[in-house]
Design a protein around this ligand. Structure first.
Ligand SMILES: [Fe+2]
Length: 230
């Protein structure tokens, strides 16, 4: 576990070290590999790139949390069950701050109604998530991984608008969609206000990956957005 010096306080973060985190992801291949693993690496790289220029975030911790945010997907194809599975996997090993990210990364606000997808888990797990979120205040790490999850395809970084639209096309929209989108754009603005620049300046390949065109070869490239959960 790590001891993080943040501002004037020492904050204990219960997260695995980098080698442990990478081993968790490597081992997951034996259970259920898929594009979610490459997506997780892209989220980690986005988180580290932003953390590198953010005064209040440890880049290595950001990378580790990004790597593990979807670790619950090793249990197989699922929708919201993956956040509970990931939470339990890391909580049982004592990595509570990494476990927390598994729960929070799907919620740009703490209102569970805004989530896309179905609760394919026992009702008690939905209640647990609702209670858990109600009792915490989002940290900069919670917000960072929510944002990075929303700009990361398996093939690389992309425009936030593309990912939000992709999720809406896959899962549909409801009366909370507008609220969710506004909250996610709010996170982008919050980070950019601190960074003093667009997050996209820090993320190479956004244009190519968003629009599916390689400017060097002048050819279309395949950008898959529909199989992150497989
Ligand atoms: Fe994700």
């Amino acid at each position: 576990m790590y001891l993080l010096g943040l501002q004037s306080k020492k904050i204990l973060m219960k997260i695995p070290n980098l080698q442990e985190a990478q081993k968790f992801l490597d081992d997951a291949q034996e259970y259920h590999s898929g594009s979610w693993m490459q997506h997780s690496i892209v989220v980690a790289e986005a988180a580290r790139a932003i953390a590198n220029v953010h005064p209040g975030i440890n880049p290595e911790f950001a990378y580790i949390l990004g790597l593990l945010h979807d670790i619950g997907r090793q249990e197989g194809i699922s929708c919201l069950r993956h956040i509970i599975d990931g939470y339990r996997f890391l909580h049982e090993r004592g990595f509570d701050d990494a476990a927390r990210i598994c729960l929070t990364h799907s919620f740009p606000t703490k209102d569970v109604k805004v989530v896309a997808g179905t609760w394919d888990c026992p009702r008690k797990d939905e209640y647990f998530t609702r209670e858990y979120l109600a009792q915490i205040s989002y940290t900069i790490y919670d917000k960072l991984i929510v944002l990075c999850d929303s700009i990361s395809l398996p093939s690389g970084f992309c425009l936030l608008e593309k990912r939000l639209l992709d999720v809406a096309l896959r899962y549909g929209v409801n009366e909370y969609t507008q609220h969710k989108w506004k909250a996610t754009f709010g996170l982008q603005r919050e980070f950019e206000a601190v960074l003093g620049q667009s997050i996209y300046h820090l993320l190479p390949g956004v244009v190519e990956n968003t629009f599916g065109f390689n400017s060097s070869s002048r050819q279309r490239i395949e950008v898959s957005t529909d199989n992150i959960i497989s």
